[in-house]
Design a binder for this molecule. Sequence first.
Ligand code: T4K
Length: 385
Amino acid sequence: MDKKINVTRPSMPSFDEYAAEIKSIWDSAMLTNFGPLEERLKGELEKFLGVKNLPLFTNGHQALLAAISVIALPGKSKVITTPFTFASTTEAIAGAGLKPVFADVDPVTYTLDPKKVEKLIDDDTAAIIPVHVYGNVCDTRTFEKLSEKYRIPVIYDAAHCFGVRKDGVGIGNFGTASMFSFHATKAFNTIEGGAAAVPEKYAQAVRNFANYGLCGGATPEINGTNSKMTEFQAAMGLCNLRHIGEVTEKRAAICAKYTEILTEGSFFDAATGVSGNGIKLIPYQAGVTKNYAYFPVIFGKAESDGSFTPGDQERLLKVIENLQNINVFPRRYFYPLISEFTCMKKYRPRKTPIAKRLSDNVLCLPLYAELSLKDAARIAKTVLR
Ligand code: T4K
């Protein structure tokens, strides 16, 4: 292919549409500190995501840090989480002065396994942070039961789950709180940006956290930082939100094309994503609407009982090479496993074999609205070659 195809490319409005949106900033002279565009975007996103309180932030990482800092149980030191995620999840835990404790993931959805989490809960557990990885929704029902049984907050990292609904309910309504990322590389972007969906009782504190903890008065009641969303970010969000339906449809069509070609000539179990072509794709989840944020392919072997054993790095590396030869640059999200980072060694992470196998064998194919179906077909054929 002549042009370089990266794993993603941000969706953007036309220049004129953005210029029209930012024009008011020259009248208001409000650039940041909860300006009118930020307020408007907050309201529109609350409606779109079906949540009541959605403080906005300069990025998703800061939104997660704020949620943990305000909601995690005081006086406790550990947070149980997944190692199969982006560095941000664990960095936010560490940033809040807490210790990440890793539990393994479910082999079908790749999300944190609540049964493994329960075994790790003790008197020092401050919170549980599962991640809806790639838009696959966690076992929210079991996490809710754990949360009630042990009186521990569950804060979801929903960075990959913008617009996803489960049984008609916006994903931000599950658990005690949920963080969204609006980074340039996400299904919806505000350039950089993020938000925390929180219940009423935490809403003001989480919003104040973004402004040094200032609560309207001069003396902060809580410690905080500066992580407010600017008016230019909000303007991008307002524009992009207008086009989200059309962008999601295009992403869905690309995923359908990838799936069609990658599973050709062999069996495909949509419920698990397992194909006889030695790959596993995103599983179908009953009642869950997808946002087509990522297209991960796991390389390995389909077993006769319908399960899948990840494990074909040789093929994965060959696929990367073949794709790079045609100017296509997929990404190994998430490799290596977070628990293998040098900076995590001090937490003495336990072994998580399922997450490890996934991480070693996963490749995310390019996915963005402007990717043509012709290019998607060629990429998929190259993966199968
Ligand atoms: N939790 C989870 C589970 C997450 O995945 C993330 C972020 C977070 C929390 C934290 O949310 P934020 O604080 O970021 O809001 C990217 C993103 O920086 C990061 O937001 C994202 N997850 C992560 C999965 O991926 P990189 O290092 O892969 O990005 P980069 O710069 O290599 O970009 C990937 C490709 O996208 C490039 O090949 C080119 C293209 N690109 C990128 C940017 C930034 C563009 O075409 N335009 C752009 O502006 O981390």
